[in-house]
Each structure stands twice: as C-alpha cells, then as structure tokens.
Design a protein around this ligand. Sequence first.
Ligand code: F0G
Length: 355
Amino acid sequence: RHQWQGVIEEYRSLLDIAPDARAVTLGEGGTPLIHAAGLSERTGAEVWVKYEGMNPTGSFKDRGMTMAISKAVQYGAEAVICASTGNTSASAAAYATKAGLTCAVLVPAGKIAVGKMSQAIAHGAELLEVDGNFDDCLTLSRKLAEAYPVHLVNSVNPDRIEGQKTASFEVVDALGKAPDIHVLPVGNAGNITAYWKGYREYREQGLAESTPQMWGFQAAGAAPLVLGHPVDSPETIATAIRIGNPASWNQAIAARDESGGLIDSVTDDQILEAHRLLSSTEGIFVEPGSAASIAGLLKQARAGKIPAGATVVCTVTGHGLKDPEWAIKSADGSALQPTRVSVDAVSAARALGLE
Ligand code: F0G
C-alpha cells in the first residue's frame, strides 16, 4: 500500500533541496484532477479542474510552505513571518507548528475570511491585523524580516515558488501530457510564476513535449496586471486576490508572454456566477477567489477564444469552506434558507415534493 508522501518526497530530485534534508510535511499535493463534464460541454473543450482545496490546510499554499518551512529549519530559523489575505497565514501557521517554529502573520484588518482566520488562531500564530491592505502587510513583513530574526515565507521567497511548481508536474503526470491551456486566478502572482516554472522544467527534463498557454485572471477591482499599473485601493469580494501591487509582477508578465497566454480580469458578479456553477453542476466547492479561473474560462468561451477540443486545466486554489458565506447567498443577495419541518414523514415528503 502506498500513501502519498507530500511534494518534497514525491518530487525531491526535481526540487532545490538537499537529498538528505528533512521534509516538514503534512502530506500536501497529490490533489485530484477532476474532469468537468459541464464545463467541457459549455466551452467545447476538454476541461479539467485541479482541486487545490484538497491540500491539508485547504489551499495550494501548502505546496510552497512545505518547502519554505523545511528550508527555514535548515537555515536555522526559529521564527517565520508572512503577510496574507488568509491562506498563506493558515498554511504558514500549520507548517510552522509542525516544525516547532514560531509564526507571525500580518493580515489586512476586516478583509480575511473567517475560516482562514480560525486556522491561524488554532495553530497558535501571532496574528496582527493591520490597518491597511495586503500590499501594506507585505511591505511591513519585508521590513521586519530585514531588521529582525524572522524568516519571510511569502512567495517572494523562492522556496515557495519551488514547492508550488509541483502542481504542474502533477497535471502532466495525470494527463500524460501538458494541457494546451492552463487557467489560474492571479493575486500576488506567485502561483502563475510557479506553474510556468514547473511546466518549463518538465519540458526541459523531457517529461513533457510541450508547455501550455498560461491564462491568468484577476478580479476587476484588483487588476493591476491588466491595467498596467498598481491599484492603490484594490476591491473585490474575492478577498484572497484583493491585491493592488503583485510582488511577482515581472514574472507573471513573463509567464504570459513566453507561453503565448493572457492576463485578463473578471468582475465580482462573474466570479460569483462561476462559484455557483461549479458548486451546482460539477460538485466542486471553492472559495470565491478560486472561481476567478472558471469565470475567466467562461468569459473566454463566450468570446469564442477557446479552440475546439483543446485540453484546458483550471486550477481552483482554495476550499469553499474557507469562506462559506457566499454559498448561502443567492444571486440577488437574499439568504438561501433550508425548509423547516416537524418530525413527520408526511410533512417532510410534502416539503420534498414527493407528496
Ligand atoms: N487563490 C487563492 C485562494 C489565494 O489565497 C491566492 C493568494 C490566490 C488565488 C492568488 O495566488 O497570489 O500566487 O497569485 N493568496 C495569498 C495569501 C495572497 O496571502 O493567502 P497568487
């Protein structure tokens, strides 16, 4: 019997880590690549969804964090720090706990989902709510990491990118080839950088014949890469990607251009529509930020930009339980309520339309 060993053990020879270095792991990676029949029908493509909500802390961040924390231990760090819209802090807190390190996290006040907040608290992180946005939090974290003995584990740390590139390896391993197009939500732009690195390296190693076009989607109110300039006050209901000045700006543009891809934006309404569609037709529950990839796919399909029969992989980056309030709101904003019944089979049957 084989149990998945986490991304470091599964791909160690392809990662920048010493052969004998201890892996701090919670068994991350090995996430499902799910064929999406409904999305395939709508788009005329073969659409697959890489469900990164199935990682140990519920987002793709765990792939990078197993590397960043394993390396932090090697460097002799005793404390780590990060800025976060929520998922990075949840992941850093969990992996730091596993390694016996102290973890400090800086989050924008009032702008992180409750599920993510509860994770950082549960794992005992030092949690600072900053009167500012994510970009302010990242600036602060970088300053603190320069001036004090705290090791930065945001995606500006190359160890994070190195771990996150394993998602591309898994996609190729599962499909037996690289897809034609890979679609991602984009916030701080670490993940699109990591995927592109992974695809390029697999091709260089002779493990894939081609690389996909990289398609990135930002929320319209937080779309600096689309506008071509930083956004001072980014706004979107998709708090995960509420970022106005991505740290990996140049790398994201390079991924787009080298792959022949695109970076575009989707509105909050389009994000919520995609979120509902994924839940109600594919059985996949994600947080709103994750649905930006699906919203982007549908936008491109409506514009006739998806080649018929193309193999398309959409990454959905975080679990729906992170930020569940959106699921219980209908399109017009009203709350969706269960039907209340007494302990009585006839009334239950009536409520179900069986009587
Ligand atoms: N999706 C989710 C669910 C995220 O949490 C993030 C980023 C992204 C997409 C965008 O990825 O930043 O690599 O372009 N979350 C970071 C955080 C910023 O702090 O958790 P990116």
